[in-house]
Write a protein that binds this ligand. Sequence first.
Ligand SMILES: C[S@@+](CC[C@H](N)C(=O)[O-])C[C@H]1O[C@@H](n2cnc3c(N)ncnc32)[C@H](O)[C@@H]1O
Length: 246
Amino acid sequence: MITRFFAKTETLAEKLNLDYVSDLNILDHSSAIFDFDSNSNSVSNLYDPQLFLHLLLDEKPDRLSFDLADGEVAKRASQVSKSNEVIAKAIGCKSHYRPNVLDATAGMGRDSLVMAMLGCKVVMQERNFAIFHLLKNALERLKNDSLSLCQQDSIQSLAADKQIDVIYLDPMFPDRKKTALVKKEMRLFKLLTGNDIDSDQLLLSALKSKVNRVVVKRPKGSSFLSDKKPSHEIKSKKFRYDVYLC
Ligand SMILES: C[S@@+](CC[C@H](N)C(=O)[O-])C[C@H]1O[C@@H](n2cnc3c(N)ncnc32)[C@H](O)[C@@H]1O
């Protein structure tokens, strides 16, 4: 698991309060290095450079970055509608109503982006240092006013003061048996976050807060978080949403 972070430019080191290193060769199993994309010639990159985290996967150098403004994720987000997104039903969207959502496990920001494209205001919380900075950079490049982000452990604070209607939780799924099938991006992601072994506690904190609805995204066939039976379940092709009406 990665526990030590460095930056490859002095400006970035100062910005993220990290030690500066000039060479990627110092990478080992417990360290990772932030750097801006130096290969892109695009004009937007001059103003909003994409942030990458270099790390080792299976002994080989690799890198992780989030992009919400371009590629597959952006394409999917542009096609979002209430009728074709199961998540819309799970968070309680109605024809003339969109809830304010706290995404307490922001991760790569993909579910938040879908909820924002549905018309919700979304406050995102992410506790992991590296994931937070990669996501912050993706949001700076996306420029969408419906999304805001803070670095926060959601077990400690669930933004009770922010007029939230729904708390959305998507903690890391347990390890799958066929690890070869897990996408490379998810393997890199897991080197940073590990398994969210305290997710039972996160659900209990969410249920104690004063929101109307808590939604948990789970793999199909998995147990309920904290063995708490939800008010109802909504199934999609790949996932299950456990909906707790409070
Ligand atoms: C599976 S990912 C979420 C993916 C996200 N839904 C998306 O669409 O990209 C889980 C994320 O939740 C974060 N997380 C887990 N427990 C948390 C907590 N108590 N507070 C804040 N973030 C948490 C992890 O660090 C990880 O980045």
